[in-house]
Design a protein around this ligand. Sequence first.
Ligand SMILES: Cc1cc2nc3c(=O)[nH]c(=O)nc-3n(C[C@H](O)[C@H](O)[C@H](O)COP(=O)(O)O)c2cc1C
Length: 323
Amino acid sequence: MPLDDARPRAIAGNRLTAHTGSLYPIIQAPMTWIARAPLVSAVSAAGGFGLLENSSRDLTITRREFAAIKAATNQPFGVNLPVRFLKVDEGEESAIIDWLLEAGVHFVTTSAGDPTRYARRLKDAGVIVYHAVPTLKGAMKAIDAGCDGLIVEGYESAGIRGEDEVHSMVLLQAVREKIDAPIVAAGGIVDGRGMAAAFALGAEGVAMGTRFVSSLESPVHQNYKDAIVAAGPSGTILTPRPPRAFGRSLRSPHTEELRATGSDRGPISNVIDSLYVGGDVVNSSGAAGESAGLIHEVKTVGDIVEGTMRGFWLEIDRLAALR
Ligand SMILES: Cc1cc2nc3c(=O)[nH]c(=O)nc-3n(C[C@H](O)[C@H](O)[C@H](O)COP(=O)(O)O)c2cc1C
């Protein structure tokens, strides 16, 4: 890929970008309804790697968004398969895999479940597969299943979290100690300082969710973006996601009440209608990571991607100067 002189330097010998084909090892996390054509194409066009979410169980939507991304950018992007949500029936499962292979998707992330079910078939067809894991045990299982790399999600991440998870500071090192495959750090990263820290802990790439939700190109209501910008480092809370999980969301009287009463936030379709589209930050539960406390303004995707790379190199130079 030609390197525009005005752009920050890429990283030599990086295994993640060798797999993705993107200029920078910066992935936009898959997020239901949010990670569709406008956001994915903007991230990939900026030199990052957009991931098309696929939680709707509706192949028509996936095909439509895939075509829209292709029309918007010639840069590479990938697709996420949320394993648990695909288990509706066997027919739907194989339809999505058949389509992925026909469409020539070269990079897939699997999440929310056991990758074994899909990894072999995808890998036999030459697709690169990274699995999202929140624990060392999950990481070892994913590598045993044949995955090429890992998205390692620390406890500070937005989204669904289990009871026995740990934060990135420990998790990344624990995974790196045992596993040599490429690691993408997810959770708590919004800029180059966080990216450099993740690299020091063993990562070769980063994935950002909350930072991209609060980008200009993100399709969610401005109130949700503003609430992320307004949140401090303690601005998120874990609310119950029965039977055994939790969801990390923006702290509000509503989410405090969900936690106090042990109540579920309800189906994502309600959150999409009330918050993503309606902008009701008072009576709904918007997913956000602890990283919200590090986000101080809505920025364009281009500024986020290039700013992260610039910041990364500044940190690397600053640390090298300590010698
Ligand atoms: C609004 C929102 C929705 C999310 N939805 C999903 C999802 O559908 N599937 C998934 O695997 N992860 C989802 N995540 C979690 C991200 O994949 C990622 O692990 C997380 O955002 C990383 O932490 P960060 O937000 O601090 O960057 C979501 C995150 C956010 C902020």
